[in-house]
Design a protein around this ligand. Structure first.
Ligand SMILES: Nc1ncnc2c1ncn2[C@@H]1O[C@H](COP(=O)(O)OP(=O)(O)O)[C@@H](O)[C@H]1O
Ligand SMILES: [Mg+2]
Length: 310
């Protein structure tokens, strides 16, 4: 659905996007994750056919974004970071106007405008002026606009930026509801967002791709230590015994409640010591009332990868 090869963009000699390559398969939801200034919006503008690359190649649905930008724009629903909504227009009027621009036939137009308004839950504000809507509603109107001509690919630049938690959840559910008919590339600087919504994450930092994998694989590959928490009531030096288990780097006593002690174990990656803990507890006749493993978060991954960059 998207093929990007060695894509670059320079602004006045400054590299905003620096030789990136990646693919997005049909039906995937891919998250573009990176801090402000990483190059997310620049990449998305190029992929939507709104800005030519400085060099490299990108194709959407088999169409070159540079040579066939018109075709690209027809097959992409692009929601820019600052959606250029007409504030003095009413919601339904605006969507009709956009549908006309996108070349929908008048017969289909009424139906599609009604459908996307339903899909994005803006039907109840269809007669309101866009300028009087809350940010959450405006965002959904922009999304409705992007959906009008039923594009197979959606490119959404920070679709939840500036929304409150309730609105964020609504947008997320809306996006999940769009699969599998749509392929989605969305950008965000919020890690939980990709963790919860995306099949795959492309981490971008200073115009370069740091990582490209599923959220689970990214956290697995990491050198960062996994933590295991265990609450034990038992005799002897429990911490010292836990420390003898293979893969356990360090044991900290976290909390004491009567006879119960909660330990935090730092464990080397690739080791799951939970079974060994149970065996040890059994042989020592300790009581266990909590045992769980906490993998590193995507945030840990990002910090580690960004730090290892030259
Ligand atoms: N129109 C522009 N002119 C000059 N520099 C720009 C322009 N747009 C973005 N930049 C610069 O390019 C880099 C990447 O920006 P951008 O793609 O907007 O990143 P992101 O969307 O990840 O925050 C930043 O350093 C930004 O300042
Ligand atoms: Mg941006």
């Amino acid at each position: 659905m998207i093929a990007v090869q060695d894509l670059t963009k320079q602004y006045a000699g400054r590299m905003a996007v620096n030789h990136i390559s990646f693919h997005v398969e049909p039906g995937e939801i891919v998250g573009f994750l990176g801090p402000n200034g990483a190059g997310k919006s620049t990449t998305m503008r190029m992929l939507s056919g709104y800005m030519p690359p400085s060099s490299g190649y990108a194709a959407v649905n088999g169409h070159d974004v540079f040579r066939e930008s018109l075709k690209v724009r027809q097959s992409v629903g692009y929601m820019p970071e600052m959606a250029p909504l007409y504030l003095e227009m009413r919601v339904k009027e605006y969507l009709k106007f956009r549908a006309e621009l996108k070349g929908l036939r008048s017969r289909d137009m009424r139906r599609r405008v009604g459908e996307v308004m339903e899909q994005c839950s803006v039907t109840d504000v269809r007669r309101r002026l866009i300028g009087n809507l809350s940010k959450g509603y405006r965002q959904r109107v922009a999304l409705a606009d992007a959906l009008l001509n039923q594009p197979p690919l959606l490119i959404l630049d920070e679709p939840t930026n500036g929304l409150d938690p309730v609105q964020i959840r609504q947008v997320r559910e809306l996006l999940r509801g769009l699969r599998p008919a749509h392929t989605i590339l969305l950008s965000t600087h919020i890690l939980q967002e990709v963790e919860q919504t995306c099949d795959r994450v492309i981490m971008i930092h200073r115009g370069r791709i740091l990582a490209n994998d599923t959220p689970v694989n990214l956290t697995r590959k990491l050198r960062a230590l996994t933590q295991v928490f265990v609450e034990i009531s038992g005799k002897g030096d429990v911490a010292a015994q836990l420390e003898t288990l293979l893969g356990v780097r360090k044991v900290n006593e976290e909390l004491r409640e009567g006879d119960w002690v909660r330990y935090a174990l730092r464990v080397e990656p690739g080791n799951d010591v939970r079974e060994e803990i149970m065996k040890l507890a059994d042989s020592q006749t300790w009581k266990v009332r909590e045992l769980h493993r906490q993998l590193p978060s995507l945030e840990d991954v990002f910090v580690e990868l960004a730090a290892s960059e030259p």
